[in-house]
Design a protein around this ligand. Sequence first.
Ligand code: ZN
Ligand code: ZN
Ligand code: ZN
Ligand code: ZN
Ligand code: ZN
Ligand code: ZN
Length: 431
Amino acid sequence: MSIGSSSSETLAEYVASQDTLVREAAEALPHQFSQCTYPLGHLRQAVYLCLTCPEARGICSACSIACHTDHEQIELFPKRNFRCDCSTEAIAHPCSLHTTAEPVNLSNRYGQNFQALFCRCKRPYDAATEKETMIQCLACEDWFHESCCNLRERPNSQNLHPENEDHDPSGDAVSEVSIDLPPALIGPEDYDAFVCGGCVSRIPTLQKYAGTRGCLMVIRDEPTSLWKAFQDIHTDNSDLLEVSLIPEESNNRLTGNKRALSPTAVIDSTIKRPRLSPIAASSIVSCIAPTPNTTAQKVIGDLTSMIDPSLALGTGDVFLTDGFRDRWCRCFSCLSDLELRPYLLEAEETYEPPEDPDSALSLEELGLRALSRLPRERAIDGIHAFNAMRDDLVQYLRPFAQEGKIVDETDVRNFFDRLLEEKRASREHQP
Ligand SMILES: [Zn+2]
Ligand SMILES: [Zn+2]
Ligand SMILES: [Zn+2]
Ligand SMILES: [Zn+2]
Ligand SMILES: [Zn+2]
Ligand SMILES: [Zn+2]
């Protein structure tokens, strides 16, 4: 959409067509972006990387809109335990929301995403050219290409309809990728969470469960074979979880610590186990984690020793199916590993900015209509700036309404030109 093509409209017609636009705008930007999250401390929140600012640091969504308005940015999506660095000395560009200069956040983790690199292939992300869906690792929160997880071939341009190449400038094309690709070996509906192989090899519990039921992997039998989704259904322990039995007293007390990762370890299915509920944990003394799957153990073992990754039989990634958090063994050994990574035990909350009480704008808010006609980069100029601008625009349009005059594109354009002029002038006057 752009200002221009449409013919003149009366203000009444303007008002009549408001409804949908108001609703759409409220849905697109329903939140208040007037407060930096810095004072809230470390949170799981959407993080943005500003590419214009030279510092490879993350900023909160409010700052991405209010402080780095004209800057090129990429959204990194949620990062846990993250504190906005816009207002700290880490970023030279001043924060307009939290104006006290704060010390650098030392505990923010700045991985490769902050170099604008993603996945194990370490490629940069470009919304305009990226054709693949990417999957976020639950543990490291990096993003992975489906093809890099061997879920499907890396798509080339022939896979796509021409219109998919014709990206609108909004950068919204991200969600439209993969439309014409063959289905992935494991689709988004097949699993609840993804953990990359690198993380699996650092998390003992996941190593243990990899390739067992509900913990899918993508493997191949030989370097020349096709990739396939894999889970060993014989290692299912869910029936054990269902059975309600009297707690076993003596013999198994020690086995919890001793369960080896060896593929030959065998579960004695005759051992009586207490009923397991997600919360009742401490009472479990014997480990009921499934027998580690031999194939999976080999794949994970190879991750560190394999010389040529193109010969690997898998990446070690796991796809955890629905309810996975309720299925872990919670014996002392398993639980103490899980507790180091609380996100494996409880779904995390991700901070969202407060709802904007003004987002259900009244029909007379003509500014919104004008805003919706601007290119998205300008539209995203921020609800913050917009709120101020909207008042000005309503002011500007009021005489038109009072006199029943026609508002045409030139009027709207004049308003924005004047606004830009004022903005430029005020910048030049700054020291
Ligand atoms: Zn911020
Ligand atoms: Zn910036
Ligand atoms: Zn800021
Ligand atoms: Zn990749
Ligand atoms: Zn990971
Ligand atoms: Zn256990």
